[in-house]
Design a protein around this ligand. Sequence first.
Ligand SMILES: *Cc1c(COP(=O)(O)O)cnc(C)c1O
Length: 321
Amino acid sequence: MVDLPTFSDVEAAAERLRGVAHITPVMRSQTLDHRLGAKVVFKCENLQRMGAFKFRGAYNALSRFDATQRKAGVITFSSGNHAQAIALSAKLLDMPAVIVMPEDAPQAKLAATRAYGAEVVMYDRYKQDREALTRDLAQLRGLTLIPPYDHPDVIAGQGTAALELIQQAGELDVLLVPLGGGGLLSGSALAARATSPQCKIYGVEPEAGNDGQQSLRAGQIVHIQTPQTIADGAQTQHLGQYTFGVIQRDVTDILTASDQQLIEAMQFFAERMKIVVEPTGCLGLAAACHAQQSLSGLRVGVIISGGNVDMRRFGQWLTQA
Ligand SMILES: *Cc1c(COP(=O)(O)O)cnc(C)c1O
């Protein structure tokens, strides 16, 4: 068994992020509250630096490096929001960053990561094992690997979003959190357990990739093939040792949402609330709108995890029936 992070790690992360991460706004919608008969509060991490909550975990992890680690720098493998979060955090902390990305990653993502000053190392996703490549490079150059979710400092940093939400909006009855590898969900669970003890905590993952739900039912980490879903931030194949440990202990249940439900939620955010939310960021609202149990009379927190979406696809989704 690994040593799981605790609520005091989340509090320490919040201290490190003070004045660096944005205190993102909490938004409400009268229309939605009427529809559900609930009080719904949205934590807008789509408005966080670099456009997603991942800045919190990355910056927290990097700010704990010692002098030797800082000098050599950080390495990670990701083509998504974690890559940009590491790149921006490394730039702010003035350390080198190496990001291992597939050579067919979207040009916009490569460009954004390089724009933050990171060195991008490309690999062939059909011929090379990215984790082995990353480990070899780390060894060779003395870099510290910070993975996208299964790391205590990453989890503690991600937990500061829910901590902030409860500080801003008060105690909750239900908290809905997008779920990929579980960094955000496990951190949120640590924060909510401590600051809103009555709160039921739910992870929400894509219907096509419900490995988290399966893992919770099975009592062990279930691995799946990369799922086909528009929620690219939650296309993970399995939870991690740390994230599963916390999820198993502190999370009430794991729900799912279909791609069609995500598109409807994205349209609601754009039309009613005037905000840009990426598909993965829509998981919480989709689950609230399709909940098996009534949310009537409840205080419901929803974490909007990110807003990084290709504008052409966004336009297509908004106009889709
Ligand atoms: C990474 C990510 C998630 C999933 O977070 P995990 O910590 O991997 O569970 C959800 N939404 C967005 C926007 C993300 O970038």
